[in-house]
Design a protein around this ligand. Structure first.
Ligand SMILES: [Cu+2]
Length: 145
């Protein structure tokens, strides 16, 4: 084997190993269909509301299924409150700013202190990970009086 061939062979083995390593560290993503869309039905962007705030979740092009259910083109809602989007290639965090609706709920009453707040929806798959491509709503900014 010439030096050049040997170098090319070594490089391809390294590429293969790198590919395998990244496949191991990142779980398989659930595909979302083209045109799938999640959105906040209410409150409207810019609306002034009182707490608790009834937030209604909209979804088109996919269906809602409880967490743990593996069924094509479904997921459950996650509400991101006053936060940047978390990494979208792994399961979503679960805390007071990232609320999971694993029962398949399509609305929720949320307690919020007075002031400006941003709300955003992210659809997650059976294992709470965003789909590929991610299905994420535009942010809605509201004022709680
Ligand atoms: Cu979840």
């Amino acid at each position: 084997m010439s030096f050049r061939l040997r170098a090319a062979f070594a490089a391809s083995i390294l590429t293969l190993a790198a590919g395998m390593a990244s496949a191991e560290s990142t779980p398989a993503r659930t595909p979302s269909p083209a045109g799938a869309r999640v959105y906040v039905i209410s409150p409207a962007d810019g609306e002034t509301v009182s707490s608790p705030v009834l937030v209604r979740f909209g979804l088109s092009g996919m269906g809602v299924a409880p967490a743990g259910i593996v069924f094509p083109n479904t997921g459950h809602h996650h509400l991101v409150i006053d936060s940047e989007l978390p990494p979208l290639d792994r399961p979503l965090p679960a805390d007071s700013k990232h609320i999971h609706f694993g029962t398949g709920a399509t609305e929720a009453k949320i307690e919020l202190p007075p002031g400006r707040h941003t709300l955003r929806l992210v659809l997650g798959d059976h294992a709470h990970a965003p789909h590929d491509p991610p299905v994420v709503s535009d942010p809605v900014t509201i004022t709680v009086e």
